[in-house]
Design a protein around this ligand. Structure first.
Ligand code: NAP
Ligand code: ZN
Ligand code: ZN
Length: 347
């Protein structure tokens, strides 16, 4: 066992505090990673505050992890000591269900093993990336291309793949009219990736305060959803809408913006329901869909796509003792556009 420094939530209502946790010994197929940077995802906040259900404490979150391999097990063939690697939202899956056999571990029928707040194969609770080291089975470790600046790469492991996956699945390309709802961590990556795929991209944000950024990141159009005329102007005009909002919104208003046969994909994961009226869908054969992170193969594909297209997240690098303040800023939509913890400040 390795005792390592970490930042953990002691309960649903207390701030995160510095502590130590145990990492398992490196088994034959494991790699030990010295974490360099760890992104702060809104899912970390939903989780530690118990918004998605009760969890066990103390809990270390963080599932946007990049670091350097410092040790490999005797049977590891995919990674070597010194490699630049990443770990995203899952660290294992059952490997035998229909989804896993089809390479869709993110849709494992038994539930993939989350990087944090899940029960691992050895029965222990998984602890995430707000820590100095992590031990992960080699199949769930990604290669981070040299072309992606390391201090910006971490958010690709969740925000990047969670938006890349639906954009790729719904075959976005030149001629696609894509809207992105909410320009936070996921939203700003959706804008960059959809633009690189050749789509015409529209941001639907609560206000116009981030419009200049949105246009610089690749959006062609930018509208405020607080202005009700936006919904009249843009009626029936999008092929695909990616909703990244962390709160429950009036989803019927957004469905009205889909063209015939259009799809609204929800990646935002609010606690409250999103009630859908049948008439929002049937008049124009619209679909309301969801999407969960991405498979391991898709995550590697996304990393390679970002390297090839020169895409990296917009990040604000913070020290570990800034995590609680960063949470408050994420909740206030005051993030430009992903906080990344410099793990050197936790050593
Ligand atoms: P984030 O950085 O906080 O971004 C969310 C954005 O939504 C905000 O920046 C804001 O954008 C908008 N927003 C927030 N509250 C709103 C409200 N009350 N009404 C309207 N718009 C609001 O969060 P994130 O890290 O991108 O995560 C977004 C959501 O996706 C979270 O629920 C997270 O748990 C979920 N998630 C899901 C998956 C998946 O696999 N499906 C993976 C990762 C995360 P504007 O300021 O532009 O309006
Ligand atoms: Zn996430
Ligand atoms: Zn499975």
């Amino acid at each position: 066992m390795l005792t390592v420094n970490a930042y953990a939530a002691p309960s649903a209502t207390e701030p995160l505090v510095k502590t130590t946790i145990e990492r398992r010994d490196v088994a034959a197929k494991d790699v030990l990673i010295e974490i360099k940077y760890s992104g702060i995802c809104h899912s970390d906040i939903h989780t530690v505050r118990g918004e998605w259900g009760q969890i066990a404490y103390p809990q270390v979150v963080g599932h946007e992890i990049v670091g350097i391999v410092t040790e490999v097990g005797s049977e590891v063939s995919k990674h070597r000591v010194g490699d630049r690697v990443g770990v995203g939202c899952m660290v294992n899956s059952c490997r035998e269900c229909e989804s896993c056999l089809a390479g869709k571990e993110n849709y494992c029928l038994k539930g993939n093993t989350g990087t944090y707040a899940a029960v691992d194969a050895d029965g222990t609770l998984t602890q995430g990336g707000y820590s100095t080291h992590i031990v992960v089975v080699e199949d769930f470790v990604l290669n981070v291309p040299e072309a992606i600046p390391f201090e910006k790469a971490a958010p690709l492991l969740c925000a990047g793949v969670t938006t890349y996956s639906p954009l790729a699945h719904w075959k976005v390309g030149p001629g696609s009219r894509v809207a992105v709802v909410g320009m936070g961590g996921l939203g700003h990556m959706a804008v960059k990736i959809a633009h690189a795929m050749g789509a015409e991209v529209t941001v639907l944000s609560q206000s116009l305060s981030k419009m200049e950024d949105g246009l610089r990141l690749g959006a062609d159009h930018y509208y405020a959803t607080s202005d009700s005329s936006t919904f009249e102007t843009l009626g029936s005009s999008f092929d695909l809408i990616i909703n990244t909002v962390s709160a429950s919104i009036d989803i019927n208003s957004y469905l009205s913006l889909l063209a015939v046969d259009g799809t609204l994909v929800n990646v935002g994961a609010p606690t409250d329901p999103l009630p859908v009226q049948a008439f929002s869908l049937i008049g124009k054969r619209r679909s309301f869909a969801g999407s969960n992170i991405g498979s391991i193969a898709e995550t590697q594909e996304m990393l390679d796509f970002c390297a090839e297209h020169g895409i990296a997240p917009e990040t604000e690098l913070v020290a570990a003792d800034y995590i609680n303040e960063a949470y408050e800023r994420v909740l206030a939509s005051d993030v430009r556009y992903r906080f990344v913890i410099d793990i050197a400040t936790l050593v």
